[in-house]
Design a protein around this ligand. Sequence first.
Ligand SMILES: C[S@@+](CC[C@H](N)C(=O)[O-])C[C@H]1O[C@@H](n2cnc3c(N)ncnc32)[C@H](O)[C@@H]1O
Length: 268
Amino acid sequence: MCSYRLDAEYADPTPLQVRIDTHEKYSERPDDPGADVLAALSLTGTEHLADIGCGDARFLADLAARGHQGPLVGIDIAPAMVAEANAIPGVRGVFGSADRIPFDDDSFDVITARHMLYHVGNPPSALAEFRRATKAGGSVTVVVNHPRACPYTGELVAAHAATYGVTVGDAFAGTVDSDTLPAMMSDVFGDIRIHRSDNALVFDTPDPLIRFAEALFAFYGIPTHHPRRQDISADLRQDIEDWFTHHPGRTWRDPKGYIVVTAVVDAG
Ligand SMILES: C[S@@+](CC[C@H](N)C(=O)[O-])C[C@H]1O[C@@H](n2cnc3c(N)ncnc32)[C@H](O)[C@@H]1O
C-alpha cells in the first residue's frame, strides 16, 4: 500500500508531466532515464514490449517515433494514463496492475517499469509477475530513484502542508529504492546489470521550483480539490520567493538520482 493518495496523484497526467519536464530542464547534468533504459536494452525494433506503469507513455511514443516495429503496450492502473497511451499512434494502452499483468505467460520480449515500483505494495511479487509475462531470453528493465530523492523540496511541501494540519508521514518512504532493488531483482532473476545516475535538481529562479513543488502536492495529501490547496500554494510561493530574495546569487540544489537494473529471463 502507498502512504499517499495514488488515485488522486494520477487521476490527472499534468503533475507527472510537470515533474518529468522539470527533471529534463533543471537537472545539473543531463537526465534521461529513458535513454539509459534504451542503452541497457539494445533493442532491435521488433520486440513485443510492455511498459508497466507507463504514465503519459512518452517512452513508448519515443520508441514509436524511432520506428519500432514490434507491438508497444502501455499498462497502467490509472485510466487517465491508459487514455494517454491510447492517444499515441502505434501504442496500445491497457488498464492493469503490475502485480496482475493482464497478459498470458511468456507474452513479451521486453518489460520495462520506470519509476513505478514504489507504488506497488509488494515489489518482489510484481517482479515475479514481470518474469512470468516475459519470454525466456527476454529482458526486464526497472528504474527506481535513490532513497529520499529531492529531499529539500519534499520537506518544504510537507512543512507547508503540516501548517494546515495535513500530514502523511514520509510520502516517499516507499518499499523499494536504489538501495534495495538490486537484491530484489537478483532474487527473482539471478544475474543483473546496474547503471547508476547521480544528479541534482538546480533552480536559480523561484517559478520553476514553485511549479515542481506544487506537482508534488498530491503525494503530501493535497490533491487538486483540497479545500486549503490555494492557501498552502500561496504560502509556499511566498516562502520560495523569500528564499531567493534572501540568498542572492545562490541556487536551490536538491540531490537526486536513480538506477536502471536489467535482467535477462532464463529458461527455468
Ligand atoms: C511516477 S509515474 C511514472 C510514469 C512513467 N513510467 C515515467 O517514468 O514517466 C508512476 C505510474 O505508475 C502507475 N502505477 C502505479 N501503481 C501501478 C500499478 N500497481 N500497476 C500499474 N501501474 C501503476 C501510475 O498510475 C503512474 O502512471
